[in-house]
Design a protein around this ligand. Structure first.
Ligand SMILES: [Zn+2]
Length: 237
């Protein structure tokens, strides 16, 4: 576990999909679960940090494989409460296949990357949340912000006093490329996602954590604002 700011950590060497941990007096809140192979790495890093047995809850931003495949193992070992949006719940629970955009709607590389909807190995959701709900136990209160588009029930998490935004796959921050929209191949409604970019940029966060790529710790608000200004609903970018 590597500290981003006091109380907020990221796990290392997971390969695909970034996972975060928030530390509170009552224990840890994990955000997302990465791939199957990541679960033992996450558990080992928790143990090495002297925090074994302390995971209280796991919040899922959305039910894509690189965010939930590690969840069954994390749940089995920790017994933590699983929290997801009510829209995303049936996908997390493996009751419905995770929607993907129709192949005909994709171009170029995205068309090659397209995959049919898959059903995840289900994990029961213990608490479902909606837009504006507070997860009061974590980080002095995390507000749920609905940010649909990449997936139908995608959520971001916002800590208003610390001005920390955890934004899943609303945008990516790959090395060298700056902020980018998520891959069209995995995004069910890109226009809706563009509106979600604008919604989170309007929060003017000081720290932004992504599902893919490095957290933004400097000039985050102005970088998000500039990116949101370039992202136009209805465009083909
Ligand atoms: Zn995703």
């Amino acid at each position: 576990m590597k500290q981003i700011i006091p109380g907020l950590f990221t796990f290392t060497s997971l390969l695909i999909g970034r996972v975060y941990a928030i530390e509170d007096p009552d224990g840890l809140t994990i955000i997302d679960a990465s791939m199957t192979a990541a679960a033992p790495k996450i558990l080992r890093q928790i143990q090495e940090g002297g925090r074994a047995g302390s995971v209280r809850r796991i919040i899922i931003t959305h039910a894509h494989p690189d965010h939930v495949q590690g969840l069954p193992e994390l749940k089995r070992v920790t017994g933590a409460e699983v929290i997801a949006s009510y829209v995303e719940r049936p996908y997390v629970e493996g009751k419905l296949p995770v929607p993907t955009p129709p192949k005909e709607a994709l171009r170029g590389l995205d068309r090659l990357m397209a995959s049919p909807p898959k059903t995840m190995p289900g994990t029961p959701v213990d608490r479902e949340v909606g837009d504006g709900d507070m997860i009061a136990e974590a980080f002095g209160g995390l507000r749920v912000i609905f940010t649909p588009g990449h997936s139908p029930g995608h959520i971001s998490l916002w800590q208003p006093e610390k001005r920390v935004l955890i934004t899943g796959d609303v945008m990516m921050h790959p090395p060298l490329f700056g902020l980018r929209l998520p891959f069209a191949a995995f995004t069910t409604d890109m226009d809706e996602n563009r509106r979600s970019v604008k919604r989170v940029a309007a929060l003017k966060p000081e720290v932004v954590c992504f599902g893919h790529g490095k957290p933004l710790l400097k000039d985050a608000a102005s970088m998000l604002e500039a990116f949101a200004g370039k992202v136009t609903p209805g465009s083909q970018d």
